[in-house]
Design a protein around this ligand. Structure first.
Ligand SMILES: Nc1ncnc2c1ncn2[C@@H]1O[C@H](COP(=O)(O)OP(=O)(O)OP(=O)(O)O)[C@@H](O)[C@H]1O
Length: 652
């Protein structure tokens, strides 16, 4: 017989994880566009991008925009002034006179030069400060607009995978890129002002000097564009690797995975996969460093040759008497200034283009979100109802394929105040979907839901939801105190109402066990935070629903979607009793969704769904007599309990 020895840690590391290929993210498209951008394309888009950046910045802080612009122009003016003063200084210094006389004559121009440089420094520092204040304001304003859009769109937008992708792309890059766009645009402005100042001064000194300036700047232009393209190509080459690395990091640092990583001894395999990806990233980075050095070498060689050519031409102009020596000296300084300004502006130009692509996508998301807002000027929701009528409602989730069956198909039913209706049916039969329509989260595709005479399609959905309390199947674990987790469902903080809600949901016993009672923070990420169990969370979510529903007539509908899935038998029984008591005491209509048919028995009316259609309805007794799907499900659950007792006795 062959025996196999258990794998050693080294075997496990060797196996790796063999992650499959990732799908191409849509934002990669922008990286590709940036990598292929030519100066002509950038130039064509620049006016629109600058206008967008200016509008965005203006909305965030007009004061800082004005300061940035005016101070940058001040930097340019001071630069021009300093260059002209330099000509004056050089002109006096090159006079044929004794040195002390020359120095004395140059002194006024020297003072002007010093003043111009000081002014330039002050303007430059103040412009930097205004720019530094502007960027975070732009990011915050963009984030705020993004979040307000996300929370305002209709819920169905989240079921559309296209919208969802767009949302995540905008979330990941949009607001930051808005800030980058404004920052780089301001940097371009600073650079352009510097170049314009140098060009202006050279033009005044002698127009023949202008071609020299362009000759000196050409290698820089080339080097900058080559470096930018190289950078983008490398980023593109490693995008997939970076995403894999991120994915692996997320698996390893996520608390939810920590237990399974250890149980299945995945540590070495995860690290081996990480090393493989990281080694490839390192190779690419080292390759990038070498190629960047080569480009820098080529750029500086070309720059040196251009500088040599400039000096030769300047020398010829001097010999021919076209320019004086002072002008030639000032021209050298002006060319250096222009080169410095261009060196700052060129990389920013490519960044403006790249940020602009992301920002345009961000703006497109905002426009799309605006199209998905609830209708404007709806009617106010009715205060209450005697009857809710669901009439021939058909509903299909957005993003489904043609031919997909609707989640609800021609469903009709009636709810009345003070009565409990149970929705039952197998998984995927449409119960939760119906509950979401009843709670005003979705509107029906066809058919109507009416509160007495009012069609809910016409009313303000937010206003309507204020009158409904929901105990959701997938409730949120709010990172708040136990008290806030419950009372957040209604304005105000009423201790007696909190006690009643906790009692109804059996959350009082849960809270009694927390170290700080109601003031215990329910999130382990915070200091002294607690971690309730699934059933404890469920009781708190139920208390939240009861708390909201306990306000007289203001909340006439309570919907409980599988509220007891995680509860123990005692808590479950108590919960259903509370639910019925709630309907009796407040006069609210209660909708209960559950697979526990023993509890459904207590409902006033039971609706059975199958594949999105109502197939049976009536009281428990009527449905048992009808001998249909409900009977079948009931018998299955009942037989499990009847069978278990003799079985246990036999084995005892
Ligand atoms: N957000 C969604 N997008 C697309 N389809 C959905 C979505 N939610 C549910 N569905 C589909 O709608 C149908 C009804 O689902 P629903 O959640 O209403 O069933 P259910 O009766 O509540 O099921 P369960 O008992 O498992 O909770 C299912 O086919 C499900 O796949």
């Amino acid at each position: 017989m062959r025996t196999t020895s258990p794998p050693t840690p080294d075997d496990e590391a060797g196996e790796g994880l063999s992650l499959p290929a990732l799908t191409t993210p849509s934002w990669r498209h922008f990286g590709a566009q940036a990598a292929e951008a030519t100066w002509a394309r950038i130039g064509r888009r620049l006016p629109a991008l600058t206008a967008q950046a200016a509008a965005l910045a203006w909305r965030s802080s007009p004061r800082d925009v004005l300061a940035t612009t005016v101070l940058n122009i001040g930097v340019g003016a001071a630069t021009a002034w300093a260059l002209i003063a330099t000509t004056g200084v050089l002109g006096e210094l090159f006079q044929a006179a004794p040195t002390p006389d020359r120095l004395r004559a140059a002194l006024p121009s020297l003072v002007v030069l010093a003043l111009a440089l000081v002014l330039r420094g002050i303007c430059s520092a103040a412009a930097g400060r205004a720019q530094a204040r502007l960027q975070p304001k732009v990011v915050l304003a963009a984030e705020r607009r993004f979040l307000s859009r996300c929370t305002a769109v209709e819920l169905r937008a989240f079921d559309d995978s296209g919208f969802h992708d767009h949302l995540h792309r905008s979330y990941a890059r949009g607001s930051d890129q808005a800030g980058e766009l404004v920052r780089h645009t301001a940097d371009v402005l600073t650079g352009v002002v510097g170049v314009v100042a140098a060009v202006g001064v050279l033009g005044v000194l002698h127009p023949a000097l202008l071609p020299l300036l362009f000759l000196a700047m050409a290698p820089q232009w080339w080097g900058s564009s080559a470096a930018a393209r190289l950078r983008y190509r490398m980023i593109m080459a490693f995008t997939e690797g970076a995403r894999r690395k991120f994915l692996l990091e997320q698996i390893m640092v996520n608390r939810d995975n920590a237990a399974e990583i250890r149980s299945f001894t995945m540590e070495k395999r995860l690290l081996a996969e990480f090393d493989r990806v990281a080694d490839r990233e390192l190779d690419i980075q080292l390759g990038l460093a070498t190629r960047q050095s080569l480009i820098r070498l080529a750029g500086s060689t070309a720059g040196g040759l251009a500088a040599g050519a400039v000096f030769v031409v300047l020398g010829l102009l001097l010999v021919e008497g076209v320019v004086e020596i002072a002008v030639a000296g000032a021209a050298v300084v002006a060319i250096r200034v222009a080169q410095g300004a261009l060196g700052g502006a060129l990389p920013s130009l490519t960044h403006v283009y790249e940020s602009g692509l992301y920002f345009a996508d961000f703006v497109a998301f905002e426009e799309e979100a605006a199209r998905r807002l609830p209708p404007a000027d709806p009617e106010p929701a009715p205060e209450g109802f005697e009857e809710i009528r669901v009439e021939n409602v058909t509903f299909t989730y957005p993003g489904g394929r043609d031919g997909d069956a609707p989640a609800l198909d021609d469903v009709s039913l009636t709810l009345r105040r003070g009565r409990t209706v149970a929705l039952v049916g197998e998984n995927g039969s449409g119960k939760t979907t119906l509950a979401k329509l009843l709670s005003g989260l979705y509107g029906p595709g066809r058919g109507r839901i009416r509160w007495d005479g009012t069609d809910l399609a016409r009313v303000d959905a937010t206003d309507l939801r204020r009158r409904i309390s929901v105990i959701a199947q997938d409730h949120t674990h709010w990172p708040l105190t136990a008290r806030r987790n419950v009372v957040m469902s209604s304005p105000g903080d009423d201790p007696e109402r909190l006690d009643r809600a906790a009692l109804a949901a059996h959350a009082d016993t849960v809270v009694a066990e927390f170290a700080h009672g109601w003031d215990t923070l329910l999130d382990k990420r915070f200091a002294e935070g607690a971690e309730p169990s699934g059933g404890q969370w469920q009781r708190l979510a139920a208390a939240r629903g009861f708390y909201r529903g306990d306000d007289g007539d203001a909340t006439p509908l309570l919907i409980a979607d599988e509220p007891t899935a995680a509860l123990d038998a005692r808590a479950e029984h108590a919960f259903f009793s509370s639910l019925h008591a709630h309907a009796g005491r407040t006069g609210a209509a209660v909708v209960l969704i559950t697979h526990r048919l023993a509890s459904v028995r207590m409902a006033d009316h039971i609706v059975v769904l199958r594949r999105g259609r109502v197939v049976e309805e009536g009281s428990h007794t009527e449905l048992l007599e009808a001998d249909g799907l409900y009977r079948e499900l009931w018998d299955l659950q009942a037989s499990a309990y009847q069978w278990s007792v003799p079985q246990q006795r036999r084995s005892a």
